[in-house]
Write a protein that binds this ligand. Structure first.
Ligand code: FAD
Length: 500
């Protein structure tokens, strides 16, 4: 059956990202797109830290970066600072750009290791532009200096989730998406195929469609409540199952730092996401080891200023839907699964989900091969991200609570064990297929949390003898660039100031 009407159910970040992106395939075609959302239910209201591919999502839609950042009280993000993860009192930055650059095809961190063994004292961080700019609270875009001899600046954004969804709503409506207010009362399915054909809202309004995108958050109204797709539970690897979110002011009036901070606590961790007008904060914790009251108190005692809202308590089960595309329904966002926001990957998965959907969609109907390809690729994406998140917990030396004792000694996916073992042997990291996280990402977290390269790569060892000048140049150019950059707050004030 031809697809003439796509219905998106849900108007959180997932729903409006899907609507904005799908609206671009409407142009010149006989294709209707409706988004149904319920103000009574509302959105999850969190999810404010992103990663660099999100910058490209705006570019593909032709969204002006300055306009979007001003509308969403946005700031720039150069990476994530992890505090207290390897051991209490330690910290490191997982940056978005690379450590140095590959020399004769060898990763820079391996060459650096060989240099260290020859007595070079410089820390690896000195060879990463984003880390150095983050430490000094500086920011510039590559376009601002535009010099081939200087490294590019890789960044993402911090955004106010509610304002960003509003911004995308305006965009999608301008491109022909029709919004329908209402809460779904009942869903209709085709008696033979089980395909969803439409639903009735509590107001009595009937909505019919040929293809459905389920963006109903944890509820999964179509993918789970209707199609009973099933869920693969990953709580044994990622045991945190609660969060409390609480935005606050920055009482000291300091400019927003250009990075997210993730501070580990006794049974979980706290995020701090600096926006122009406030900080987003939350404490992700494990209910097996910590009560809601204690989690709330820890959060309140670690804020940069006065709370600007009531605490928002959330419950979740880490894992993924058994199928992301089932019959004529594709689930995006929280309806598709959830992994805690330790590396800001949820909005990214919405982004790649929409991209895959648009790439596989055919307006002549739904074919089984589309669903199986979409599901296979998405499972891989989820699993690679899961392994990277598990690394943060498992690679700890903390033994100060039952929670850390559990995650330090728990069984981890075999794919992760293999990655760690190879790294320990000579620092080699193999980036699997299209996996999101780069060699620098894996190296940053492993070394940041105390996993050391044991041996030396013979290739890197050979290169270290002849590259001192190039390595010196890398460090010098980063130092020079950071010295000449404006402060992050100053940059925002000129480039994309948000209304007071
Ligand atoms: P929601 O925001 O819950 O929206 C669901 C929509 O469905 C709403 O519009 C609702 O009205 C509608 N709806 C539901 N049921 C019905 C019904 N019966 N009838 C009609 N409408 C209905 N991601 C990141 O990338 N970075 C982060 O830093 C980050 N932090 C997070 C922190 C926490 C604690 C949590 C829980 C998530 C975090 N995420 C983060 C994930 C991010 O918040 C989500 O991926 C994103 O907000 C998308 O949510 P959503 O649109 O899927 O769901």
């Amino acid at each position: 059956m031809a697809i003439e009407h796509i219905v998106i159910l849900g108007g959180g970040t997932a729903g409006w990202m899907a609507a904005a992106a799908l609206s671009r395939i409407r142009d010149g075609r006989d294709l209707a797109i409706t988004l149904v959302e319920s103000e009574q239910i509302g959105t999850v209201g969190v999810g404010e830290a992103t990663i660099p591919p999100f910058v490209d999502f705006q570019k593909v839609l032709g969204i002006d970066e300055r306009e979007m950042l001003a509308a969403a009280q946005g700031t720039f993000k150069l990476g994530i600072q992890f505090v207290n993860w390897g051991q209490v009192g330690e910290s490191y930055i997982h940056p978005f750009g690379a450590y140095g650059y590959d020399l004769n095809g060898i990763s820079f961190h391996q060459v650096w290791h060989a240099l260290r063994q020859r007595g070079d004292k410089r820390p690896l961080q000195a060879f990463n532009l984003e880390t150095m700019a983050a430490y000094f609270g500086k920011f510039s875009r590559t376009e601002d200096y535009d010099r081939d001899d200087l490294p590019p600046m890789n960044y993402a954004y911090h955004i106010d989730a509610t304002r960003y969804a509003q911004f995308l709503r305006q965009y999608a409506e301008r491109h022909g998406v029709v919004r329908q207010e209402g809460k779904v009362r009942s869903v209709r399915q085709h008696p033979e195929t089980g395909f969803v054909t439409g639903f009735t809202l509590e107001s009595g309004v009937e909505v019919e469609g040929d293809f459905f995108v389920d963006c109903t958050g944890f509820r999964g109204v179509l993918i789970e409540q209707t199609l009973q797709t099933g869920y693969e539970d990953w709580t044994h690897y990622l045991p945190c199952d609660r969060a409390v979110a609480l935005p606050c002011n920055r009482d000291d009036g300091s400019p927003p730092p250009p990075f997210t901070r993730a501070t580990a606590h006794r049974a979980g961790w706290q995020w701090q996401v600096p926006l122009q007008h406030r900080n987003g904060n939350g404490h992700v914790y494990c209910s097996r080891y910590m009560s809601d009251d204690e989690a709330h108190d820890i959060l309140v005692n670690n804020l940069a200023g006065k709370p600007t809202a009531e605490p928002n308590f959330l419950r979740f089960v880490t894992g993924r839907r058994k199928k992301f595309w089932n019959k004529n329904v594709v689930a995006l966002g929280l309806a598709s699964g959830f992994m805690e926001p330790l590396e800001s990957t949820s909005i990214h998965l919405i982004n790649t989900g929409v991209n895959k959907l648009i790439a596989t969609l055919s307006l002549d109907g739904v074919h089984e091969a589309q669903a199986s390809t979409y599901n296979r690729l998405t499972v891989k994406e989820y699993e690679r991200i899961r392994d990277f998140l598990v690394l943060h917990y498992n690679a700890t030396r903390r033994d100060d609570s039952d929670f850390w004792n559990y995650v330090r000694t728990m069984e981890v996916p075999a794919t992760l064990t293999e990655k760690i073992e190879i790294f320990k042997a000579n620092g080699q990291i193999f980036r699997e297929e299209d996996e999101l996280f780069t060699t620098t990402s894996w190296a940053a977290v492993m070394m940041g949390q105390g996993i050391a390269m044991g041996g030396t790569s013979p290739m890197a060892d050979g290169i270290a003898d002849v590259t001192t000048k190039e390595v010196d140049e890398m460090e010098k150019s980063i130092r020079w660039l950071v010295q000449h950059m404006p402060g992050h707050g100053q940059y925002l004030g000129k480039y994309c100031p948000a209304p007071a």
